[in-house]
Write a protein that binds this ligand. Structure first.
Ligand SMILES: Cc1cc2nc3c(=O)[nH]c(=O)nc-3n(C[C@H](O)[C@H](O)[C@H](O)COP(=O)(O)O)c2cc1C
Length: 362
């Protein structure tokens, strides 16, 4: 399905960066879930640009729930949420007109939509659309929390600076849920902020690795083949613009291990079968093992930069240099982390709805 994700609980995205509004339709949601508008606002705030480490585009992210919620509870029918675009300056983008921004979707959008695509601000490919994902997931996250499932993402690495690992998952996730810059170590935060500012000063951008942990996912959820927990999470995470790699548990680190080190030995803890280590990142055979699900994804440096780059004018077919004016994030990672939490929440809620039925979430 185009622009739609999920099997039982689906989310459909619509809108363009500089159109009237963006939004999401959430379908297959259980009736009777309390909708906390203050929580939706809080989640949107975590994604919103802030200070000198983000784009200067300032969107208030004023959202409206048009359907599917009555007296503060989900009705069980499709929920349509819209978020208006108000801080729109299309003249910034007229400057690069038909010149494809290297690493952005301008060229591939032209191939697919033959020039009819909305161009300003990246159109339907803009990171702005992720606000709709965050708003939709903010309806689902409190319901997952009530079922004991918690999700958190931190910036694991940026510009050569590393954050500490998760230690106490529940405590760390709780800390991250209120952190305006998602690191577990304040020294790492200061150093990473400096790296972002340095890149911005140079008219450049910088990439990062985000690490996500989920605790409380019940063992047994997921499917053994195509709809594996890894597969579904990867599908959703790769839908987030600028994500270019993902690994679960020890991930690529498995290449340097022997089985005796890589294997997670089983033990009985408080009457439950657990594993002593979690190199498999909480997933075995595509199915949740009950251990924390841990994965890392790579966020590429923001494509639009003000340093001069070589490109092509797609209309005149001439080679041109491009220097991007406009308002852009020197780094995407600190805004994307709540987007990763959000797509993870929507994915897990869908997996759980497939296993236990849609009403389980309520
Ligand atoms: C939260 C968020 C903000 C983003 N902001 C920008 C931006 O300001 N400028 C830009 O060129 N790309 C930005 N992007 C990334 C582009 O949308 C993305 O790189 C582009 O659509 C090409 O897709 P791909 O990188 O997945 O191949 C942002 C992405 C996210 C998730």
């Amino acid at each position: 399905m185009k622009n739609t994700f999920g099997d039982s609980l689906t989310v459909t995205l619509f809108g363009e960066s500089h159109g009237e509004a963006i939004g999401a339709v959430l379908d297959g949601i259980a009736p009777g879930i309390k909708v906390d508008e203050a929580f939706i606002e809080k989640q949107l705030l975590l994604r919103r640009p802030a200070g000198d480490i983000s784009t200067s585009r300032k969107e208030p992210d004023k959202f409206r729930i048009l359907s599917g919620v009555s007296n503060g509870y989900t009705c069980g029918t499709p929920i349509c949420i819209t978020i208006e675009n108000s801080d729109v300056k299309s003249e910034d983008y007229a400057l690069f007109g038909d010149i494809a921004r290297p690493s952005h979707a301008d060229f591939t959008a032209r191939q697919k939509y033959h020039g009819f695509e909305a161009k300003a601000g990246g159109g339907h490919f803009s990171g702005r659309i992720t606000a709709a994902i965050v708003a939709a997931a903010a309806i689902v996250i409190p319901a997952l929390n009530r079922k004991g499932i918690f999700i958190g993402t931190h910036i694991k690495r940026l510009g050569g600076v590393s954050d500490r690992d998760f230690t106490d998952f529940k405590q760390d996730i709780s800390y991250l849920s209120d952190a305006s810059f998602a690191t577990l170590d304040t020294k790492a935060e200061a150093e990473m902020r400096e790296k972002i500012i340095e890149a911005a000063r140079e008219g450049d951008s910088i990439g990062a690795i985000l690490e996500t942990a989920v605790c409380g996912m019940p063992a047994g959820a997921g499917e053994p083949w195509f709809d594996t927990v890894e597969g579904k999470i990867s599908h959703a995470v790769f839908s987030v613009p600028a994500i270019k790699a993902i690994e679960f548990g020890a991930g690529f680190g498995f290449s340097d291990m022997k089985g005796s080190i890589a294997n997670d030995p089983f033990v009985v803890t408080n009457g439950e079968i657990r594993t002593m280590t979690n190199n498999n990142g909480g997933i075995l055979g595509g199915i949740a093992s009950g251990l924390p699900i841990v994965f890392r994804c790579a966020v590429k440096p923001t494509p639009t930069i003000s340093k001069e780059q070589k490109s092509v004018d797609m209309k005149s077919m001439t080679e041109e240099n491009i220097t991007a004016a406009g308002r852009h994030d020197p780094c995407i990672a600190h805004r994307a982390r709540v987007v990763i939490d959000s797509v993870t929440a929507l994915t897990l809620a869908d997996i759980l709805a497939v296993r236990f039925g849609t009403d389980w979430l309520a």
